[in-house]
Unconditional design. Structure first.
Length: 333
């Protein structure tokens, strides 16, 4: 099964539907499987007194509240319908993270085929139950969480109607950008061992190398923020890939998928041909007369490898030459 690549547009449209459509086109051009947005009604998600995160302050300043910042990034239902059509037109699947029940219902009405639980909603039991009741495939991001948090969320999800077999857990570090020393990619193995689900990675680091490394370690889903330009105003642009970087990431992931192989150690068809050229055979190191006993003094190992393997050296030593051999001729028994 191919790695599922989710190009996370998020709120990098800045509330502008035309920018959002352009993000769809760039994600499709890059070869991503899904382009993902964020669906929310600000008043249902954020209280007016909620502070900004430090990365949001760094990106947008501290003059406005988190509520006011996020309110400007809302997309209407009509916008969502337009984005679904744009995705259909460009051959990429639409996806979005709902942050509240009304937005979730709207996404379901649009026919989304998966549910995404963002890291911040991992401990929101009422909302987990609401989203899990339909039994749709569910992707669970786990930034800021420990194993106990994740197990508790999985219990809620299962009890609400979504079996664990339909859940994919994404390892994640909730910081924008995430420092390399905080990534801890090995935690993916811990998650797989602890919960027995498919595991992926939601990448908030700068660059593309960590996402590629995650695939090498077995990630089946990669989610990565992207933007039209890192210089655009807004909270997430600085920690996002630009289109050329997104394309490079997709190409690299597809190459790594091929390179991972099936785990069986065996020569490839090309190696079988090269083996004759690169390996050695037992040859005469000098002219040998018929009836002479083969000794280490009259034998050598040289390319090509289409004769008797040097691994049979001890078997050849002490046997009698059945015919004469010229120097460098392949030995026959």
């Amino acid at each position: 099964m191919s790695v599922v690549i989710i190009a996370e547009a998020g709120v990098n449209h800045n509330g502008d539907i035309e920018l959002a459509k352009q993000l769809v086109r760039e994600a499709a051009r890059a070869g991503a499987d899904y382009v993902k947005f964020q669906s929310f009604i600000t008043e249902d998600v954020i209280s007016p007194a909620a502070p900004k995160a430090q990365y949001q302050v760094r990106a947008t300043g501290g003059d406005e509240s988190q509520y006011d910042m996020v309110r400007k990034l809302e997309l209407s239902k009509e916008d969502h319908v337009s984005l679904v059509k744009e995705c259909d037109a460009h051959g990429i699947k639409f996806f979005s993270t709902a942050f509240d029940p009304r937005s979730f219902d709207m996404l379901v009405s649009l026919g989304v085929e998966m549910v995404k639980v963002p890291s911040g909603e991992l401990t929101n039991k009422p909302f987990l139950k609401y989203m899990a009741k339909l039994g749709l495939p569910l992707i669970l991001s786990t930034g800021m969480a420990d194993l106990g948090d994740i197990e508790a969320a999985l219990r809620v999800i299962e009890e609400a109607g979504t079996p664990r077999s339909r859940v994919t857990i994404l390892h994640c570090t909730t910081e924008y950008p995430a420092p390399m020393a905080d990534v801890n990619l090995r935690a993916m193995r811990t998650l797989k061992h602890a919960f027995g689900t498919p595991v992926g990675y939601s990448d908030h680091t700068e660059g593309i190398e960590v996402a590629i490394a995650a695939v090498a370690l077995g990630a089946v889903v990669i989610e990565k923020h992207f933007t039209l330009s890192k210089d655009l105003p807004g909270p997430d642009h600085k920690a996002s890939l630009e289109p050329v970087e997104l394309s490079a990431m997709v190409r690299s992931i597809r190459n790594i998928e091929l390179a991972r192989g099936d785990g069986l150690k065996r020569p490839t068809d090309v190696e079988l041909k090269n083996r004759i050229v690169a390996r050695r055979s037992i040859v005469a190191s000098r002219d040998i007369q018929s009836g002479e006993i083969f000794t280490a003094d009259c034998l050598a190992t040289k390319r090509p490898g289409n004769g008797i393997s040097p691994m049979r050296w001890d078997e050849v030593i002490g046997t009698i030459a059945k015919r004469s051999f010229r120097a460098d001729e392949l030995i026959e028994l």
